[in-house]
Design a protein around this ligand. Sequence first.
Ligand code: GLN
Length: 193
Amino acid sequence: MRIGVLAVQGDYAKHHSMLLQMGLKTRLVRTDADLAGCDALIIPGGESTTMTTVMQKHGLWQPVIEFGRQKPIMGTCAGLILLATEVPDHGLPTLGLLDVAVIRNAYGRQVDSFVDQVTLDLNGKLNKYTGVFIRAPKISRSGANVKILGYHQQDIVMVETEHILACTFHPELTEDDAIHRYFHTKTSKLIGC
Ligand code: GLN
């Protein structure tokens, strides 16, 4: 099994090295051909408008939509924004693979970025986890088929559907690989290995 990391912009290198540290096969994805050899994909945090524009320019937009209809994608921060069906202040198309509404930069500007404990329900157990929030979005609505996996105070910070896993914070910026492990297990179950 190989988990690709979309590497057009943003914090892809940290996701890639976390997967390598976990002993998993991974690949940086910059083209349609890179994507074709992957069983799952991580869309990192970064700048969602830039990522959208570059993906469209490099012919990755439609292939990622088709990929996400069949295979697992994990989106973190800007990655979540790209996956959402509804992003009122984005002004650009989204991949529309996850039925949530997302408000960009919902905690304020860069100086309002913060680190705090979040509570996650991974595999039926509640766990504390360090959430790194960098100009993070908020999920303001989640669809009926979207399962909520995590909260920071009253705010939803992590969700999943059958194929998609997404969080508003940056799991690649801590030493804890619990979320990447959860995504790996989800992928294994889905592709049956
Ligand atoms: N604010 C960024 C955006 O709207 C997301 C920030 C992040 O990914 N850390 O794209």
